[in-house]
Design a protein around this ligand. Structure first.
Ligand SMILES: Cc1cc2nc3c(=O)[nH]c(=O)nc-3n(C[C@H](O)[C@H](O)[C@H](O)COP(=O)(O)O)c2cc1C
Length: 200
């Protein structure tokens, strides 16, 4: 049976949502199935309007029970003060029932990230999920240097050994580059390959 993978993301301006589609392409290319979800928004429409947020994409909203149906979960995170956004944390904090049942134990977990600046959280945003993964008994699958483009110093790009990434720029004007999206795709492939081994 192919491994079942969920991508669960939060994206205010569309960077993480764009990356999620490339990660999904890689997951499916490795023979796994992939469903993309977003977490529920916690900000009011008034605040979203003031922040200039575009309409959300139509990916369904994840619930804890739904997440437990998958062999592996890739979280897509934009950075908030070097850590995960509150919207993702709110979802994670609703997963106490899964923790009580051990429902996520032994399942694969991965992360990909959008931050605005160099040093703004390309590594730490991923790491802010580690306590959730540990408490849930999930196995973090890092990107490592499995894609040699992570070494690329010729062109500005997101990604770290923790996971694929992009730089959105201070005003959000920079969208994920072709290079970054190709790393996202390879991240999805690598994650799906390891998830299949864990699920076997
Ligand atoms: C409240 C707030 C805090 C942020 N904190 C950081 C930060 O610590 N480091 C950083 O590089 N970018 C930070 N950003 C910029 C976001 O990371 C950026 O808007 C996001 O990566 C864009 O992704 P999205 O289009 O998927 O929402 C912050 C943005 C907001 C609104």
């Amino acid at each position: 049976m192919p491994a079942k993978i969920a991508i669960v993301y939060y994206s205010l301006y569309g960077h993480v949502a764009t990356m999620a589609k490339s990660v999904a392409k890689g997951v499916e290319a490795a023979g796994a199935t992939c469903d993309i979800y977003q977490v529920a928004e916690t900000l009011s429409d008034e605040i979203l309007g003031k922040m200039g947020a575009p309409p959300k994409q139509d990916h369904p909203i994840i619930t804890p029970d739904k997440m437990a149906e998958y062999d592996g979960v890739l979280f897509g995170l934009s950075g908030r003060f070097g850590a995960m956004p509150a919207q993702i944390k709110t979802f994670m904090d609703s997963c106490g029932g899964l923790w009580q049942k051990g429902a996520m134990t032994g399942k694969a977990a991965g992360t990909f990230t959008s931050v605005a600046t160099l040093g703004g959280g390309q590594e730490s945003v991923n790491m802010s999920c580690f306590s959730f993964f540990s408490h849930q008994g999930m196995c973090f699958v890092p990107l490592g240097y499995t894609d040699p483009q992570v070494f690329n110093l010729e062109e500005i790009h997101g990604a770290s050994p923790y996971g694929s990434g992009t730089f959105a720029n201070g005003d959000g004007s920079r969208m994920p580059s072709e290079l970054e999206l190709s790393i996202c795709e390879n991240h999805g492939k690598h994650f799906a390959t390891i998830t299949a081994k864990l699920a076997a």
